[in-house]
Structure formats: structure tokens, C-alpha cells
Design a protein around this ligand. Structure first.
Ligand SMILES: Cc1cc2nc3c(=O)[nH]c(=O)nc-3n(C[C@H](O)[C@H](O)[C@H](O)COP(=O)(O)O)c2cc1C
Length: 359
């Protein structure tokens, strides 16, 4: 027996959200196919403009807006009735515009982290049917968001994603020195968030666990520990439908546990990645004397002080297959990848056909 997942007015047969993965690791193709197979597909908004036909090297923000609308259209071509949303990072300079583009383009959900999405309901107010889902790593962050949303917009989240800094890929919502210390309690936080909404607001908010979910056992553990669903990132990278270049996927297949570690992003947050080439990632921008081509982040150590590297272009290069100077984000379980399969196969492994009668 498989319980589906309902967020706002949208329901899917399987309790799986595919995590937004920028830059263009989860584009229309991956999100569309996840939605087609009964999960929630999420397009990562970050940096989409860099690949758009409208981008001329100077109009990043305008290109980004149109590229997101185009990407949503392509995803719905794959899954016309699917549940497809957009991941919008609070830390990006054009956050407000990206949220509006997501709503205009027909996103059914907006999942938003990398900062606290305190004004998200205001940005989406003309689209009340769009479900709003913050990503947090602590009960305190969930409380802050709920209080602000209720006070200013008389609205509460439609679901909350709790992302585990010890396992998730990409930017992490915890100080680097606290990551991997064993202090963080992923499912304690999941239950804490649920209890907070129950006790304070008398509300059953779906709570989604993100980070470290690779196989059926991890999924069952998450559900047994109190999550209503899971958000999976890395496992979907090694699918045929994932939008990244094949060599990005091969990097997952080739890496060992020791190759995965933390980098410090110019956004001021730690990030989990395959770290072996981080000196080349940095050196490329120094050698070419590249200076902030896109102004993509509100606060950026590279833009402000030329520290570290230009992240959106480093992620873009990796997506295109530059394994030397591209930044390869991944979760702590990426080393488990041993083959490239299809999205359908991932769903069949997570939810064996024999158990689906009740769907
Ligand atoms: C390549 C990659 C890129 C990511 N990009 C984003 C992003 O743009 N925005 C975001 O909120 N999370 C991002 N994440 C986090 C995922 O959405 C997801 O929550 C996380 O990876 C879950 O952990 P898992 O990879 O162990 O399944 C990224 C993760 C990966 C692996």
C-alpha cells in the first residue's frame, strides 16, 4: 500500500518530490518525466537564462524570466496533467521576478530555500492556487516563516521541506563547522516542524524529508520516522532524463565517498559537491580575469571581493560537461550511483509494482 502526497490542491500517487537542481540539472526533461511517473517534478530556476536563445551576454535577468516560462511549457508538453513546480532560491538577485515568472508560467508549486522566503506569499498573491513550500533546516526557521506569513499575509505554508545539511546536495542551511558533527537530527527536525504546526496553528502541514534518500530502504525509513514524503535530488541525476551532460552523470558513477565534501560558496553558504577540482574551478576565473558576468546573487563574495569563484557559471559549466572547471554539486550518497537508469525505473524500485494495487 502506497500513500500518495497532497500539497495544497495537488495530489500525486507517490510521496516523492524531485528536488530542484540548478543549474539546469533539473530542467524540463527531468521534471516532466518525474511528473509523468507520478511524483512532483521541480524545475530549478537558478541560472536558466544562461542557456536561453535570448541571452546575449548582457541581459541575464530578462533572459532568465523568459527561459523559466519556456522551461515550464516544455515540462508540461511531457506531462500535460503532471504536478510541476519551480525551485526558487531566495539568495538570487532576481528572486522576486523568478517567482512571478514561475507563477506566470503555470508552476503548481513554488519550493523556496537558500535563505528564508519571508515575502513569498506577497510575490505569489495573484496566483492563490500556487502551493507555497519553504525549505528549512531547523524548527526555528519554520517558526519564523509561519509567523511572518500569517501576520503579513494570513497564509501558512502548504508543505515544508526539511533539508538535512549532513546529507543533501547543493547549498546547505547550516554553518560549515556544524555539518557532520552528528548534532543534527534530521527526523527530530521533521517531527519538530510537524508538531509546531499542529500545536501552534492546529494545522496538519505535510512535512517532506530531503537529504540522503537513495533507495527504498531510505524512503521507508523516512516515512516510518514521520515524514509525509521525501525530496530526492542526487538519485535523479543518474537517470537518462536528467538534463545535465552525460559526463556530469559519469562523475557520480566514478566518485567515491571520499571525493564528496564541502565547499564554501560565494553565496556565503557551504555546499556539498565532488570537491577534487575545486582549485581549478577557482583558478579558471582568476586566469581569465572573469568578473561577475551576471550579478546573479544578492550577496556574493566573488562579486564583492573576488573571493572564491563565480558560482552560476561554474555550475553552468558542469551541466554542459566541463568536468575540469565545472562545479559538480551532489548529495552525500552520490557515490552509490552504479548505473544510469530511467526515471520510471527509479519509481519502480522505490515503489515495487506488486505494492501498487492500492494506488
Ligand atoms: C546538483 C544539485 C543541484 C542542486 N541545486 C539546488 C537548487 O538550485 N536549489 C535548491 O533549493 N536545492 C538544490 N539542491 C538540493 C536538492 O534539491 C535536494 O534537496 C537535495 O539534493 C536532497 O538530497 P539528496 O541529493 O541526497 O537526495 C541541489 C542538489 C544537487 C545534487
Amino acid at each position: 500500500m502506497v500513500n500518495g502526497l497532497t500539497i495544497g490542491r495537488y495530489s500525486v500517487p507517490f510521496p516523492v518530490i524531485q528536488g530542484g537542481m540548478g543549474v539546469r540539472v533539473s530542467g524540463a526533461r527531468l521534471a516532466g518525466h518525474v511528473a509523468l511517473n507520478g511524483g512532483i517534478g521541480i524545475i530549478a530556476a537558478a541560472g536558466l537564462g544562461l542557456n536561453s536563445p535570448q541571452y546575449d551576454g548582457n541581459n541575464y535577468f530578462a533572459a532568465d524570466h523568459q527561459a523559466l516560462i519556456d522551461e515550464l511549457r516544455k515540462a508540461y508538453e511531457i506531462a500535460p496533467d503532471g504536478i510541476i513546480g519551480v525551485n526558487c532560491m531566495v539568495a538570487v538577485s532576481n528572486y522576486d521576478d523568478v517567482v512571478r515568472a514561475a507563477c506566470e508560467g503555470g508552476a503548481k508549486l513554488i519550493i523556496s530555500g537558500a535563505g528564508l522566503p519571508l515575502n513569498l506569499p506577497e510575490l505569489a498573491k495573484d496566483y492563490p492556487e500556487v502551493a507555497l513550500v519553504p525549505i528549512v533546516s531547523s524548527v526555528k526557521a519554520a517558526e519564523l516563516i509561519a509567523r511572518k506569513w500569517q501576520k503579513s499575509y494570513q497564509r501558512l505554508p502548504d508543505a515544508v521541506v526539511v533539508e538535512d545539511p549532513d546529507t543533501a546536495g547543493g547549498h546547505l542551511g547550516e554553518k560549515a563547522e556544524k555539518i557532520g558533527t552528528g548534532e543534527y537530527d534530521q527526523y527530530g527536525t521533521v517531527r519538530g516542524v510537524r508538531n509546531y504546526f499542529r500545536e501552534k496553528w492546529n494545522l496538519e502541514v505535510p512535512v517532506i524529508a530531503a537529504g540522503g534518500i537513495w533507495d527504498r530502504q531510505d524512503l521507508q525509513h523516512a516515512l516510518a520516522q514521520g515524514a509525509d514524503g521525501v525530496q530526492i535530488g542526487s538519485r535523479f541525476v543518474v537517470t537518462e532524463e536528467c538534463d545535465a551532460d552525460d559526463s556530469f552523470k559519469q562523475a557520480y558513477l566514478n566518485c567515491t565517498q571520499e571525493d564528496i565534501g564541502l565547499i564554501m560558496s560565494p553565496a556565503g553558504l557551504p555546499g556539498r559537491a565532488i570537491t577534487g577540482n575545486i582549485d581549478q574551478v577557482r583558478q579558471r576565473d582568476v586566469d581569465l580575469d572573469i568578473y561577475c558576468p551576471s550579478n546573479c546573487l544578492k550577496k556574493c563574495a566573488y562579486k564583492q571581493g573576488r573571493e572564491r569563484f563565480c558560482i552560476v557559471h561554474a555550475l553552468d559549466r558542469a551541466q554542459r560537461g566541463d568536468m575540469e572547471t565545472g562545479l559538480i554539486f551532489c548529495g552525500s550518497n552520490a557515490w552509490k550511483a552504479d548505473r544510469i537508469g530511467t526515471v520510471k525505473e527509479v519509481f519502480e524500485e522505490l515503489f515495487p509494482l506488486a505494492e501498487r494495487d492500492a494506488v
